[in-house]
Design a protein. Structure first.
Length: 457
């Protein structure tokens, strides 16, 4: 972590490496223009002086390399769910599949073989997804233990196991099994009871909050690492007072989750001025809460992943994916053994890669995807000054929200820019060494935490 120093030059905020004097980021507080470079202070000032606020001068991102290196498998253990969340992109977890299958033992066994063949050196992570993957818990346990034994015999490194679940089916026995397999959990919790139960409901329309929180209790009992994934709608956040916003974020602090990702349900929604104000207010509050935690607490209690990823990209120079890794570093395996780039592409039945029975077919399709990777980035994103630190260029999300995965910007664009601007504002406000020390210390801890959980959104 570099020692961050900020200087103000004209209307630019310059974030510098205190040891080298190199500029990490330059941000124009008047035009919201962002400029990324690792150059000396003098050279960057000269460039800024010559700039005419022309964002198109920034180089267009391109996919690097010509080798497909699949590191992660997302295994859809069950294409069915015990819940019927109102905003579910997978149609209550079924992906519009009338058969509503749970992955069979045979497909699980073939997935073991596929994992070895798709990357002979071994994949680094396997993420169990759904639907609700706990509906296939017995086979997941068998799969994990079998793979661990296989890795032990061959002296190979076993991949990390993670799972996304609604948490309602977690019992003491299931939590014990999760701990036995070493599975790290990501549980869907939208917030306090009233907010959570507005959308996360059972088929009979009953809210699931109490059952989900009971499940979290069992995870904590067995010391199972877990993150939370929350989804909120614009009407919900618009109705929150300033105190309500603080209580909303504080809820996650009290939940026991170390890492929280908060996402907005704004697909296919035109943001009018009132909606934009609501989104901006929410983003500002989340960033403010994050920086308050990072600069006043010796030990972190909760980290908001949305803010962390942007702050880390700016301050630490950690690269964001300029292109989507779906279909390249990651593939999605359906309950019946089909292979797609990710769950969003499966939900849309787009970019079918093959089946786990034919690794050669899948690899050929992966190379085809890589050849057109750059084409998936919208023109607005390519030329955007925020491009290097924006993490919202997901083609799958564009596909789900617009029906097209090409040349249409993400529906999260406005929200992401508001978040980035607020992060930059806070980075420019450090006025004492103690706050800076705590920030640097906690940033290190937060990044290590996020990396250790390997949570899939």
């Amino acid at each position: 972590m570099p020692n961050i120093v900020h200087k103000v030059y004209k209307k630019w905020i310059l974030l510098l490496d205190g040891e080298t004097g190199n500029v990490c980021t330059a941000y124009n507080s008047q035009t919201n223009e962002l400029y990324n470079a690792e150059k000396s202070l003098q050279s960057i000032i000269e460039e800024i002086d010559s700039m005419q606020n022309d964002a198109t001068d920034n180089p267009k991102p391109v996919h690097q390399g010509n080798i497909v290196n699949t590191q992660s498998l997302v295994v859809c253990a069950a294409e069915k769910c015990n819940m019927a969340c109102k905003y579910c992109f997978a149609n209550s977890g079924t992906y519009r599949n009338p058969q509503r299958p749970v992955m069979s033992r045979d497909v699980f066994d073939k997935t073991l073989v596929f994992a070895n063949e798709i990357n002979p050196r071994g994949v680094s992570s396997i993420h169990f997804f759904g639907g609700e993957p706990l509906l296939a818990m017995s086979e997941i346990v068998r799969f994990c233990l079998k793979l661990r034994e296989k890795c032990k015999v061959s002296d190979a490194v076993c991949p990390d196991f993670t799972m996304t679940s609604n948490g309602t089916l977690i019992t003491e026995d299931i939590a014990n099994q999760i701990a036995l397999c070493g599975i790290k959990m990501c549980v869907s919790v939208d917030g306090p009871k009233e907010i959570h139960n507005a959308n996360r409901i059972y088929p009979e329309a009953k809210g699931s909050f109490d059952d989900t929180m009971r499940g979290l209790g069992y995870l904590k009992k067995f010391n199972i690492p877990f993150a939370i994934e929350a989804t909120v709608s614009i009407p919900q956040i618009q109705n929150l007072t300033d105190e309500g916003l603080f209580q909303y974020f504080d809820f996650f602090k009290q939940s026991g989750a170390a890492l929280v990702g908060i996402y907005m349900d704004i697909f296919e929604e035109e943001l009018d001025s009132r909606s934009q104000n609501g989104v901006a207010r929410f983003m500002n509050a989340m960033v403010d809460y994050f920086f308050n935690q990072m600069t006043t607490a010796e030990k972190l209690t909760v980290v908001f992943q949305n803010v962390l990823s942007v702050a880390a990209a700016i301050v630490c120079g950690l690269p964001h994916k300029s292109e989507c890794g779906a279909g390249l570093s990651q593939v999605f395996i359906t309950a019946s053994g089909e292979v797609y780039p990710c769950q969003a592409y499966y939900a849309s039945r787009t970019d079918y890669l093959g089946t786990i029975d034919s690794v050669i077919e899948v690899k050929e399709a992966q190379h085809s995807i890589m050849s057109r990777c750059h084409e998936r980035t919208p023109d607005e994103c390519i030329d955007c000054v925020y491009s290097k630190i924006c993490d919202e260029k997901c083609p799958g999300m564009r596909l789900l929200s617009t029906g097209k995965d090409n040349k249409l910007r993400t529906p999260f664009c406005f929200a992401q820019k508001e978040l980035i601007n607020r992060v930059l504002y806070h980075l420019s406000q450090f006025s004492d060494d103690e706050s800076l020390r705590l920030f640097e210390q906690n940033m290190k801890s937060a990044i290590e935490l996020a990396n250790s959980l390997h949570i899939q959104a």
